[in-house]
Write a protein that binds this ligand. Structure first.
Ligand code: GSH
Length: 91
């Protein structure tokens, strides 16, 4: 599982923490790569070429970025594990 999920992050990022909390709620293993934002890695530049920002979640080689979208993605892919939203939208 960890090979399928990689998180490009910076420990102090509140946006990254949002994604890390979601991964923890789902009980998902992942490889964490800490970025140096003053010397961004080729992987970060390849995976988020427009904004060049962390966090970026890489799932099966495909990047997901923008932390709220990433939270929604995780919740939808692993919907059977600790759903973050109620199944009844009104609830
Ligand atoms: N709207 C983005 C914000 C991400 C963001 O601002 N990341 C910062 C770190 S907290 C960053 O990568 N800054 C480096 C840069 O902009 O060059 C999200 O929710 O993911």
């Amino acid at each position: 599982m960890a090979d399928d999920l990689i998180l490009l992050n910076l420990w102090s990022s509140p946006f990254g923490m949002r994604v890390r909390i979601t991964l923890a709620e789902k009980g998902l293993d992942y490889k964490l790569i800490e970025e140096d934002l003053s010397n961004k890695s080729p992987l970060l530049l390849k995976m988020n070429p427009v904004h060049k920002q962390i966090p970026v979640l890489i799932h099966k080689g495909r990047p997901i970025y923008e932390s709220l979208i990433t939270v929604q993605y995780i919740d939808e892919v692993w919907r059977h594990k600790s759903p973050l939203l109620p199944s009844d939208p009104y609830a």
